[in-house]
Design a protein around this ligand. Structure first.
Ligand code: UPU
Ligand code: MG
Length: 355
């Protein structure tokens, strides 16, 4: 069996380019200025907010895209408000984005600018030299969910390594992606944070528990003390209090053994401790919740799939913290669900395919 230290070392070797690399958010600032420049010529009253991985992690990986959203003053003032999913709201977003796309094209003729209108969330996708970005409009949810994940991951900044490791593995094995994928990186980040929050809960009762020096509880994972996360009420996340460009948070190398232990325990949690068949992975509630309580059942699945075009599954259930009644794992069909479990077993046995 692979030792946690060997697993952690293999992951760090694989991500060696992150250590000592320039991960500053300067590129995010630069991209922000370019997009803001185009936005100012079509809708100067809109403010441009950053979200996505650079916000969640507090650094910018050179190959990552950057996500921007153009918000109205009223979206920011009502920073805890829910986003409308009406056709009217979507139509307004598409209109703003069409103007913005035209302006971006005109100012940067070499860039590839694609408008995606039919998706659940209309988006303009831009490929510029050295950086790609996605632009949406009038929606607070991405800003709020990124800030929520950031708050969790920065409680113990070293935990970002678990997220980095799982995200990169999910891409290597073909489980990550919007089309034909199982989950997006956003979905995998929720899995990681839920694991970190609840890893003790579905465990045997005799697990040691101590209060850490700073009040955060510690738990024993394979006999070692690891800091536990504190639950955050997701309703407290307010756009008006979130910086439009994320603050940089340096990525220090982690303890390889701790990382290896976390990876093993992450898989053990989802393979044998968390009751995946009956429960929902959710950051919205402090206590575990069941599929039944959300009416995310086989019957609901059958009803939906008889009436709508997009198939929705309630096998892997991940409650979106801010969208109403949205399963982030809705693309995971029974077939993919089985395959996913197999990937988890293999990922555990092979140090995420690295050993
Ligand atoms: O909130 C979600 N829900 C999703 O299902 C997927 C993504 N996101 C947010 O977009 C979340 O905050 C994540 O960190 C961020 C970046 O995702 P990414 O790089 O896939 O780009 C997305 C793009 C292509 O799907 O459309 C976002 O820029 C935008 N998007 C949203 O803003 C997509 C779905 C969505 N919200 O709900
Ligand atoms: Mg994006």
């Amino acid at each position: 069996m692979l030792s946690p230290a060997a697993i952690g070392k293999a992951i760090l070797d694989h991500h060696a380019s992150l250590i000592g690399a320039d991960l500053s958010v300067k590129r995010v600032h630069d991209a922000h200025s370019l997009v803001k420049n185009s936005l100012d010529s079509v809708a100067p009253d809109l403010k441009l907010y950053t979200f996505g991985s650079s916000t969640v992690f507090g650094f910018h990986e050179p190959k990552s895209d950057v996500d921007f959203v153009a918000l109205r003053q009223e979206d920011i003032v009502d920073g805890k408000g829910g986003d409308s999913t009406s056709q009217l709201a979507k139509g307004l977003q598409t209109q703003v984005l069409a103007k913005l796309a035209a302006s971006v094209r005109q100012k940067n003729v070499q860039w590839a600018v694609e408008e995606v209108r039919r998706a659940r969330v209309p988006v303009v996708k831009v490929k510029a030299p050295h950086i790609d970005f996605d632009i949406t409009a009038h929606r607070r949810n991405g800003v709020r969910n990124s800030a929520l994940l950031r708050h969790y991951l920065t409680q113990v900044p070293e935990n970002r390594w678990l997220s980095i490791a799982i995200k990169s593995w999910s891409k290597r094995v073909g489980m990550n992606g919007p089309v034909g994928g199982y989950l997006t990186s956003y979905g995998f980040n929720i899995l990681v944070v839920y694991y970190l929050l609840h890893r003790r809960r579905h465990e045997q009762p005799e697990v040691e528990q101590k209060e850490g020096q700073d009040g955060a509880a510690s738990a024993s994972v394979d006999g070692k003390q690891q800091k536990e996360l504190t639950f955050i009420d997701k309703d407290t996340l307010d756009v008006s209090l979130i910086p439009p460009i994320p603050e940089y948070l340096a990525l220090e190398p982690p303890n390889p053994e701790t990382l290896g232990e976390q990876v093993l325990d992450f898989f053990d949690f989802y393979l044998s401790r968390f009751p995946m068949e009956s429960h929902v992975i959710s950051l919205s509630h402090k206590e575990p919740i069941t599929k039944q309580s959300l009416n995310w059942t086989k019957t609901a699945e059958d009803m939906k799939n008889n009436t709508s075009m997009e198939k929705v599954f309630y096998r892997l259930c991940i409650e979106d913290p801010y969208e109403v009644n949205l399963n982030v794992g809705r693309n995971v069909s029974p077939f993919k669900f089985d395959l996913m479990k197999k990937h988890f077993v293999k990922g555990r046995a092979t140090a995420l395919g690295l050993l």
